[in-house]
Design a binder for this molecule. Structure first.
Ligand SMILES: [Mn+2]
Length: 449
């Protein structure tokens, strides 16, 4: 069966990766099918730390879910022959399976060449084809039948596809050639199957379960070509559309990991110690150790069960994880700013808000001047009217807000009692989506009145 990918948003954070891995496991245990957890981008260092610590496999890094050659393959049994077979053995296979095109593989499943019954027929025609040969035909036939597949298979001028090639490429190549079948291989040249023009008409889109997001601009590339079959999320409802009704679970809780954990607990599905630790990490990071105003009693209750199952304590574990998320020495200001950057549009105004959650605000504050400079450059480059950086201190329960760009005054009106001179510390402000974005929207809305 074709796999179903369970995948979080771009710029993956702990919650989106934890939810993807755990929900794939949940589906695997409770439903038919093959579920593969994916991440829509490289993993941050704190995620690698958590996975390492818990002894869990990292998710597949999936950069696009656009339709590719592998989506054209049918799930038939792969029938092939070996290069050292003679034509009698080949004949038996061809008759038994009613084959017209036969792939030739090595012992490891590597693709060697292709053989069509047309090619075989031509050999008989050519060698038996003249009247002079009739007398000799028994000898000629014996000769032919002793030949090996390796001697007659076609290895050159084949049109061969790799499984990740886009469909446009397939269409072009099929239009430019006249073969009945085209072999498909993986990156290691292992044979995966044959496709024909017919498969182009019947192609099946990739199937996805989205976790921790539901908006198109946060989703993995190629999402418009894929089929979304389920969504588990805790954000505002955005703009994705589906063809058929789907299971869409959206609850205003502190993390998607809370919802995934609830599925395990409520349905008494076995939750391993390591997966409990992973979901616990998702809740702890997304709620900033329960200090974010997005935290609900359900998050606390479920985190308590998970924590005792995994043997982890919220503050101890939270500190360890946030410690790992501190910017590296060699991380540039732009990388730091873009790691968790979100863009917003209000009328004609586009602005951006980036957020860094930390337990050591001084480490970032010392880079303030250079960060502000880079923010100005980003505004020019990307056309933002202004941009904010929230440096949120989980221990102090507040945020240092850095503001740059031509219209920095908007953020000053929203949060300052006057000019901010680049930055201000806001006690009690921790959540971008609940405490910052709506306030700025409100200022922009009033401006228009
Ligand atoms: Mn989340």
């Amino acid at each position: 069966m074709k796999p179903i990918y369970v995948i979080g948003h771009k710029n993956p954070d702990v919650d989106s990766v934890a939810a993807a891995i755990a929900y794939a496991e949940y589906k695997q245990l409770t439903d038919n099918g093959t579920y593969i957890p994916g991440a829509a981008g490289d993993l941050r260092q704190e995620i690698n730390f958590i996975l390492d610590y818990l002894g869990l496999e990292p998710p597949a890094i999936i950069r696009s879910v656009g339709t590719t050659v592998e989506d054209l393959l049918e799930e038939d049994e792969l029938i092939h022959v070996q290069a050292d077979m003679n034509l009698i053995e080949l004949g038996t296979m061809v008759r038994e399976h009613k084959l017209k095109t036969v792939p030739v593989l090595d012992e490891q499943g590597g693709f060697l060449g292709l053989l069509t019954i047309g090619d075989v027929a031509m050999i008989f025609m050519n060698e038996l084809g003249t009247t002079d040969n009739i007398e000799n035909s028994p000898h000629i036939l014996r000769d032919i039948l002793q030949r090996r597949v390796a001697d007659i298979m076609k290895t050159r001028d084949l049109v061969l596809f790799e499984k990740d090639e886009p469909l446009d490429e397939v269409r072009n190549q099929m239009l430019a050639s006249r073969f009945r079948n085209y072999p498909v291989v993986d990156e290691k040249n292992r044979f995966l199957g044959l496709i024909s023009r017919y498969n182009l008409l019947k192609m099946k889109r990739k199937q996805l379960i989205l976790v921790d997001h539901n908006e198109k601009n946060q989703a993995v590339d190629g999402i418009e070509e894929a089929e979304i079959i389920e969504i588990i999320d805790h954000h505002r409802v955005g703009d994705l559309q589906t063809l058929s009704p789907i299971y869409f679970r959206n609850e205003p809780v502190g993390s998607t990991s809370t919802l995934v954990a609830e599925s395990f607990l409520a349905n008494q599905v076995t939750l391993s110690r390591s997966l409990a630790g992973l979901l616990f990490s998702g809740i702890i990071t997304d709620t900033m150790i329960f200090k974010s105003p997005t935290t609900t009693s359900k998050d606390r209750r479920i985190a308590e069960s998970l924590g005792s199952l995994a043997g982890l304590k919220p503050v101890d574990w939270g500190r360890q994880v946030f410690e790992k998320s501190l910017p590296g020495e060699n991380q540039s200001d732009e990388e730091l700013l873009c790691e968790d950057l979100k863009e917003y549009v209000s009328g004609e105004t586009t602005f951006a808000i980036s957020q860094i959650e930390t337990i050591d605000i001084a480490r970032i504050s010392q880079r303030r001047e250079l960060l502000l400079q880079t923010m100005d450059e980003l505004c020019n480059k990307k056309g933002y009217a202004f941009m904010c950086l929230m440096v949120t201190d989980i221990m102090k329960e507040g945020t240092e807000l850095l503001v740059a760009g031509e219209r920095h005054v908007v953020a000053e009106q929203a949060f300052g009692q006057g000019p901010l001179h680049g930055s201000v510390f806001l006690q009690g402000i921790m959540s971008r989506k609940k405490q910052v974005v709506p306030v700025i929207y409100e200022v922009l809305r009033k401006e228009k009145l």
